[in-house]
Design a protein around this ligand. Structure first.
Ligand code: ZN
Ligand code: ZN
Ligand code: FE
Length: 760
């Protein structure tokens, strides 16, 4: 006989792991016990040599679908008495570092029961099991046990209690277990808050078909839903929500319906069907029945599958794809409570499909895409956060990084784990600040995290910087693009120095200018700014983000030798009234509110305006997205020059803009112009990296910053770098945009703490 103690770490709680162990132990003649511990699962097992061998094999190979075994350690132990195999009580000693899986989409077993008229949960909108259902959205505290969840107020009926207590059942210790007898209920309310009689799902489906906007309470917050094939209602929803231009996500019933509207690769299907069930950006087919209002003029459409039983029931009845966009106004945080929904979504939603299971923590839908055959995240939230990423090396101190201002996330670092919080959104208002603080508290409490150092962006006006300055811990200020590059390194578990190309819209530079077209030599200890794009004035500063012609004014003033000359050329493209023209000239002449920027994102804005796509933008990055959407791939490019006489080197893009303008005047088509612009920007990256690599001997290039969400550009860059014998590191686990900044900040702060440098 052999006696073993087996310690397992990873996602092994709330995913049916103990029943699985119980089953394979009984099948294999193993005796002993299995318990949940604060660190994972502990097994004591006794058996003959080959029984034990098969048991260990099965533990590794046959674990439940949602379990992730990160570490399995076997030690021998003193012989013990046991006659059978049992599931022991959980052992807690105040320490809380067990990993709970993120919220999971309804599993195939539950979907089958949901539509089985013979099942006791037939059409029950809250069906779930240990393989699926709500997790982080309903947890208040750990251990992950029912009393600490928003299921506490629902007392299980005898039948549910029996499943919950039966180790052989799929619902053994499924904390949100419920049925029509004992669990949460759905109701349909009109705009005045009165409940309507009848089956809420059937009626809601009818109202959606008739062209109403419904607020639907989901897993991490409310959605606003409407028929995605109905132009009138989609336009109305945009108007009421004050969401102009930005694309809207669409929920489809199944993959067959998805393919009716979009091209879907195998890898994309895999992502859509994964338990995280993210919105996946897909290439839209031409001429579909989807309303043109949905995609907002872009070529890619965000699509996702039903991920709660309510969604499955609705989609089965409605027979049309639904716009499902977060239930909020403009950029406010997503709504979570029924009262809040009635107040804040009043005038937007015509009806409310609500339930009485509280959402304790807000989560938006995650957004991702497939790029070069792997996931390329855009927004990390439901289904992913805050399950920690492994970094492949250990930080010696717990760190909190508060992230940037736009697309904010925070990151808590402990040991080799990075707990990156869910997407918060743009940190510009008190409400978003509240969302940030609430999410941060939840993650700290769930994982007993007590950061000793706080990292923040250098921008003094970011709300996140101000939050960090108000905290008692020592602080580390991290340059924005340095954080981008180190985030990409940590994402790839890369160590040593890299050439970092950090291209984005805007980031606070250390020389008083606005950076964003940066070539850095960097690691987590520091960086050197080796080169950057030519810096142009931004008359009116951030006003340029929305009034693109102002950025063109800045560019033309440099290209054509002065403000007056620039204005003259600008007026050939756009009507500018005298007052605004005078103001811009004044700003540039005095350097008043006209900072210099090397931001690559701003160059995309200027290019879009020059070729006549649009002169004003409804949201940051709109013009750049449209420029990508219209661009045709070409191998023609414009001139540019690398000026090595200055330090750092400067990539002069004035020849590029001169060339583009003369092509535009010569009648070259918009698609070709946009294509040539992309090709030029890609060549700038490739040739500059090749030069820098020759000068430094570093041949790995980390590509980070929101500009790399542009897959047309990034494709050319990756190909070009490969031809030069350079290796490209791409983001794979966190977004390349500012949503990934906090990871880089945290890693840099941990390193600074170790060396004691740069602490405030
Ligand atoms: Zn299930
Ligand atoms: Zn029940
Ligand atoms: Fe950025």
């Amino acid at each position: 006989m052999r006696y073993l103690k087996i310690d397992i770490k990873g996602i092994v709680q709330g995913v049916g792991f103990r029943p699985f162990v119980y089953r394979i132990a009984n099948q294999g003649g193993i005796t002993g016990r299995v318990v949940n511990t604060p660190l994972g699962v502990e097994i004591e097992a006794a058996g003959e040599g080959d029984q034990i061998y098969l048991f260990l094999r099965a533990l590794k190979d046959e674990a439940p679908p949602q379990a992730v075994v990160e570490d399995l350690r076997v030690t021998s132990m003193e012989p013990f008495e046991s006659t059978g195999f049992e599931i022991g009580p959980s052992e807690w000693n105040g320490q809380k570092s067990v990993l709970i899986s993120p919220d999971l989409a309804t599993c195939p077993d539950c979907v089958r029961e949901l539509f089985d008229p013979g099942d006791r949960r037939y059409r029950y909108p809250f069906i779930n099991c240990t393989n699926c259902g709500p997790r982080f959205t309903i947890i208040n505290d750990t251990p992950y046990d029912r009393p600490f969840t928003s299921m506490a107020k629902f007392e299980m009926c005898a039948a549910c209690g029996a499943e919950y207590g039966d180790p052989a059942d799929r619902r053994f210790h499924a904390q949100p277990n419920a049925c029509p007898e004992c669990g949460p209920r759905l109701s349909l309310l009109d705009a005045g808050g009165r409940a309507l009689a009848g089956d809420p799902v059937t009626m809601a489906a009818g109202l959606l078909r008739e062209g109403n906007v419904l607020a639907v309470k989901g897993l991490g917050g409310f959605h606003l839903a409407c028929d995605a094939t109905n132009d009138t209602v989609v336009a109305a929803l945009r108007e009421r929500k004050r969401r102009y231009g930005k694309p809207l996500a669409v929920m489809v019933r199944d993959m067959e319906e998805a393919r009716r509207y979009c091209r879907v690769s195998e890898r994309e299907e895999e992502l859509m069907r994964s338990p995280a069930c993210p919105i996946v950006l897909l290439e839209e087919q031409s001429d579909t029945a989807l309303s043109r209002e949905v995609a907002g003029g872009l070529r890619h459409q965000g699509m996702f599958l039903p991920y709660t039983p309510v969604h499955h029931l609705l989609m089965a009845e409605i027979g049309a794809p639904l716009v499902m966009t977060s239930g909020n106004v403009s950029s406010e945080p997503i709504t979570t409570t029924n009262e809040d929904a009635r107040r804040r979504l009043h005038g937007i939603a015509d009806y409310f499909l609500v339930h009485d299971r509280d959402i304790l923590v807000r989560y938006d839908d995650s957004v991702t895409r497939v790029f070069l055959d792997s996931g390329y995240p855009v927004r990390r939230a439901r289904g992913y956060a805050p399950y920690p990423l492994r970094l492949g090396r250990s930080a010696e101190v717990e760190v909190l990084a508060v992230g940037a201002e736009l697309k904010n996330t925070f990151c808590l670092l402990r040991g080799e784990q990075a707990f990156i919080g869910q997407h918060i959104g743009d940190m510009e208002t008190l409400e978003e600040r509240g969302h940030f603080e609430e999410a941060l508290r939840a993650v700290q409490r769930l994982f007993s995290l007590e950061p000793r150092v706080v990292a923040h962006d250098l921008h003094p006006e970011y709300l996140t910087t101000q939050l960090a300055l108000a905290m008692p811990q020592p602080r580390v200020g991290v340059q924005h693009h340095h954080a981008h590059v180190v985030s990409c390194m940590a994402d790839n578990m890369a160590t040593g120095k890299v050439l970092g190309v950090a291209w984005d819209g805007t980031g606070y530079g250390e020389d008083g200018t606005v950076w964003g077209g940066e070539f850095l030599l960097a690691d987590e200890n520091g960086y050197e700014r080796l080169a950057h794009l030519y810096s142009y004035p931004m008359p009116g500063a951030d006003a340029c983000i929305y009034r693109l012609y102002r950025m063109v004014m800045g560019v033309f003033s440099e290209v054509f030798g002065g403000g007056e000359q620039g204005l003259e050329r600008l007026r050939e493209l756009v009507d500018i009234d005298d007052r605004e023209a005078g103001l811009m000239l004044l700003q540039m002449r005095g350097g008043f509110n006209a900072p210099l920027t090397s931001g690559a994102g701003r160059m995309f804005d200027a290019a879009a305006c020059i070729i006549g796509l649009r002169s004003e933008a409804g949201y940051d990055g709109q013009a750049a997205c449209e420029l990508e959407a219209v661009a045709r791939r070409t191998d023609k490019a414009y001139d540019f020059a690398l000026d090595r006489s200055s330090e750092p080197w400067v990539v002069d893009t004035r020849p590029l803009f001169r060339g583009m303008l003369s092509d535009a005047n010569a009648g070259v088509g918009v698609g070709e112009l946009a294509g040539r612009f992309h090709e030029t920007m890609a060549r700038i990256i490739v040739s500059t990296c090749a030069e820098l690599s020759a000068a430094t001997g570093v041949s790995r290039v980390a590509l980070s910053g929101g500009v790399f969400q542009n897959v047309l550009l990034t494709t050319s860059v990756v190909e070009g770098l490969r031809e030069q014998g350079l290796e490209a590191l791409l983001h794979r686990r966190v977004p390349c945009n500012d949503g990934g900044i906090s990871l880089g900040q945290a890693v840099i702060a941990a390193s600074r703490y170790n060396t004691g440098s740069g602490l405030e």
